[in-house]
Design a protein around this ligand. Structure first.
Ligand SMILES: O=C[C@H](O)COP(=O)(O)O
Length: 261
């Protein structure tokens, strides 16, 4: 089954709601709709921007989708500071990132927490983008494939095959995030292929053939072409380059197969 590429721009903790509106307007202006027939493009702003992004995208019928960077594992109640899947669904979010390495490292999120967040997202019809990735020590020791497979299994434990069919996986080697050190296309392919094989084992070969597997870590307009040319790399989870409208539009156009903007 042909998988439509997905380019997801994770803005992290950048841009207030006014800046968010300006960036989405610029992306929409720069990237003609015809590209969106060949690539799904989504923006993942901070929570405080989502309502503004929704209003703009719905009001102007922009062909981008949007999502959130995190979701609570809980449905509702006494969880100060948390945002539920129901709240994000009500705002029209399509995606929610779960298990980003910054949350795993800085907020102590374990595979179990990531799994619970993925379940919470699915419960409200949101598509979790489940992130995995190894640190430099693991890469240098040559244990990266086994590590990522274990992290993926832990993060999907207990999900049904039907649930797994609805997720996106993002492989983001921690040493490549925000460092300018992109993984080689072969390195990205090696782990993304192992991710797909693991999905086949956990769900089925048919589901594995349809689930999108993204690469993230210093993706930009210069390297995205080679990365997504790999058979098991279906797009990118883009950080820094997603904050620049021209570059993000250009790399989305490349993921659509061109022509360049
Ligand atoms: O979620 C995005 C990734 O952490 C990649 O960030 P980056 O493109 O700035 O390296």
């Amino acid at each position: 089954m042909a998988r439509k590429p997905l380019i997801a721009g994770n803005w992290k903790m950048n841009l207030n709601h006014l800046e968010a509106i300006a960036l989405v307007q610029k992306i929409a202006f720069t990237l003609p709709d015809k590209y969106l027939e060949k690539v799904d493009v989504t923006v993942i702003p901070p929570f405080t921007d989502i309502r503004s992004v929704q209003t703009l995208i719905e009001g102007d019928k922009i062909g981008l989708t949007y999502g959130a960077q995190d979701v609570s594992a809980h449905g509702s109640g006494a969880y100060t500071g948390e945002i539920s899947g129901a709240m994000l669904a009500k705002l029209g979010c399509t995606y929610v990132v779960v298990g980003h390495s910054e949350r795993r490292t800085l907020h102590g999120e374990t595979d179990e927490i990531v799994r619970d967040k993925a379940k919470a997202a699915l419960e409200y019809g949101l598509t979790p983008i489940v992130c995995i990735g190894e640190g430099l020590d693991i890469r240098e020791a040559g244990n990266h494939v086994a590590y990522n497979v274990e992290q993926l299994k832990g993060s999907l434990a207990g999900l049904s095959a039907d649930d797994i069919a609805k997720i996106v996986v993002a492989y983001e080697p921690v040493w490549a995030i925000g460092t300018g050190k992109v993984a080689s296309a072969a390195d990205a392919q090696e782990v993304c292929a192992a991710v797909r094989a693991t999905v086949a084992e956990l769900a089925s070969p048919e589901i594995a053939a349809s689930v999108r597997v993204l690469y993230g870590g210093s993706v930009n307009a210069k390297n995205v072409g080679e990365l997504i040319a790999q058979p098991d790399v279906d797009g990118g989870l883009v950080g820094g380059a997603s904050l620049k409208a021209d570059e993000f539009a250009q790399l989305s156009a490349i993921a659509a197969g061109g022509p360049l903007l």
